[in-house]
Design a protein around this ligand. Structure first.
Ligand code: FBP
Length: 559
């Protein structure tokens, strides 16, 4: 593979590990845990993996050495390990794999690491590769998931689990690591429970990935990839702002990825100080209509125009549309209608037109009215297929164009009433795929390598149904805290595809949390004045305050 000079130099970077993981570890167990909600139901569904303690790894010392205790084994690893990349790409996935590879080899040189190809489907279809030193070295500290590819196949059926165990047995795999977001880690837990119940002798460990930043809780500080993706988008937003402040003639409407939660939009706003940033969670809490959102933006445009500033930037979270209460209600009914109650699966239709017609004839009149009030392309997108986890494919809805067109209409009306006399010339951008495969920042390179290495220690300690966690990441890497959290601890019951399902609770932006509060305290000033910050590109070498900073969200949350 031909490499750029930067890639060559970056390949030599040795990611940092927490001190506790730099030698043999001792697993310290906390108290028994409970799920975040619906304890009785979750306990009944996960009898083998419910209630397990949180694990913290400590460096082995003479006084805590397990060799001295009764009935304890020295750290080691028997058998081989498998790994799967699941869902959307996130910077640092290759480092999770290289960390796991190094961790596995440090425990037992004979153990092999296998990668299943193109996501969970590779396990079911028995498509895999074996990693070697040369193979892994090609991908250290690089972005992307191309080392083995990723996919969104949902692991949920017994037939899939049984097909998986065949290949796991054939390859002598005793533990499987699934790198994914909330849905994929929910499935990892279901698989862990199934293999434990059947006594198949295969452990399953999850790893928190997603640029969306919505897989976090008291135990998980952040999902990997969020740091790099936000820094990449913020560089681009900064560049646009500098152009905008130079030409002073365009309003830039910038949609940012993040399927549901607005963490990415909020973090980019904290990094770049745009004139406006919508936060879906606030729109929902204030029960704002689409017209309220448009009026809010048009007012900012008009106020700036009154000062002679016919330019600006607006950040829009990808999932906004789903948080406008009337549209949320509509989507909930669409999801029910699109599911066949007999099978719990999506209904099949002869054509997309047939699907839209079916939907329209089966939803309540008030929801139909909301649907038909939307532009045709948005209407169609909402009626069409969901992803395999039942999510609306919001990345395909052009909210940035929808909003700017509606703002233009509102400004025209105000012009006629003599309330506005500016020029409004919009430009549109969607930043999502630009950041998902960026080369990981130092933070993500170290964090991901540590998550992978740590997973090998969870495996060596016989754990299953756990997620690999690294905490205290605002401190220098040596002081990071490594361990594991039972996945059932993060679960509750939610309605999905017409039925109640156990799922990991998604972390939305907390309106009483420090990052949002800081943003809310500044946004009026940023709207009125031009306070842009131009963060520039991610740096790998140089002063620590330039190269090793975590996100502003994490810094504010942990302050
Ligand atoms: P994950 O939750 O799987 O990490 O993916 C998140 C995401 O990047 C969203 O931000 C976005 O809406 C979606 O994936 C896009 O999916 P696709 O890659 O299938 O277009």
């Amino acid at each position: 593979m031909k490499k750029s000079a930067l890639q060559v130099a970056r390949a030599a970077y040795q990611p940092k590990l927490p001190k506790a993981l730099q030698g043999p570890v001792v697993a310290v167990e906390g108290a028994a845990t409970q799920s975040v909600g619906n304890q009785d139901e979750i306990k009944a569904m996960f009898p083998n993996t419910y209630g397990m303690p949180v694990i913290t790894f400590e460096a082995e010392t003479l006084s805590n050495s397990p060799l001295k205790g009764e009935n304890k084994k020295a750290e080691g690893l028997e058998g081989s390990v498998g790994i799967i990349l699941s869902g959307g790409q996130a910077p640092g996935g290759h480092n999770v794999i290289s960390g796991l590879y190094d961790g596995v080899k440090s425990l037992n040189k004979q153990s092999k690491l296998y990668g299943f190809l193109m996501g969970p489907g590779g396990l079911v279809d028995h498509k895999y590769v074996e990693f070697t030193d040369e193979f892994i070295d090609e991908y250290r500290n690089t972005g992307g998931f191309d080392i083995i590819g990723s996919g969104r196949t949902k692991l949920e059926k017994e037939a899939q689990f049984e097909s998986g165990i065949e290949i796991l047995r054939k390859l002598g795999i005793k533990a499987l690591v699934i790198i994914g977001g909330d849905d994929s880690n929910t499935n990892a837990c279901v698989l862990a429970e199934y293999y434990a119940a059947k006594n198949y002798g295969v452990q399953v460990i999850g790893c928190p990935k997603t640029i969306d930043g919505d897989l976090k809780n008291e135990q998980i500080e952040t999902s990997f990839g969020f740091d790099t993706a936000c820094k990449t988008y913020s560089e681009l937003i900064g560049n646009i702002q500098r152009d905008c402040n130079s030409a002073r003639k365009y309003w830039h409407f910038i949609k940012l990825m993040g399927r549901s939660a607005s963490h990415i939009a909020l973090e980019c706003a904290l990094q770049t100080q745009p004139n406006a940033c919508l936060i879906s969670e606030e729109v929902e809490q204030k029960a704002m209509s689409l017209d309220d959102v448009v009026t809010y933006l048009a007012k900012i445009v008009a106020d700036r125009a009154a000062e002679g500033n016919n330019f600006g930037t607006v950040l829009i979270p990808e999932g906004l549309i789903e948080f406008i209460p009337a549209i949320k209600k509509l989507i909930a009914e669409l999801n029910e209608v699109l599911t066949d109650p007999a099978t719990g699966e999506s209904r099949d239709f002869e054509s997309k037109d047939a699907q839209v017609a079916f939907v329209k004839s089966h939803i309540a009149p008030e929801n139909l009215a909301v649907l038909e009030s939307l532009p045709k392309d948005v209407e169609r997108q909402l009626c069409l297929d969901r992803d395999p986890h039942g999510n609306v494919q919001v990345s395909l809805i052009e909210t940035e164009k929808l909003l700017s067109a509606m703002v233009a209409m509102k400004l025209d009306a105000w012009k006629k009433e003599g309330k506005y006399n500016g020029k409004f010339s919009p430009q549109h951008h969607f930043f999502g795929y630009e950041g998902r495969c960026a080369a990981p920042s130092n933070y993500d390179a170290d964090y991901c390598y540590s998550l992978g290495y740590n997973a090998s220690r969870l495996i060596a300690n016989g754990k299953t149904g756990y997620m690999s966690v690294i905490k205290n990441t605002t401190a220098p890497a040596a002081e990071w805290i490594a361990g594991g959290v039972p996945i059932t601890m993060m679960m509750n019951m939610e309605r999905r595809n017409g039925a109640m399902k156990p799922v990991i609770r998604k972390a939305l932006v907390e309106l009483d949390g420090a990052p949002f509060k800081f943003f809310a305290s500044k946004r009026e000033e940023w709207a009125k004045n031009t306070c842009y910050v131009y963060p520039g590109p991610i740096q790998y070498w140089g002063p620590s305050e330039v190269c090793d900073q975590c996100t502003k969200t994490l810094a504010l949350e942990q302050a």
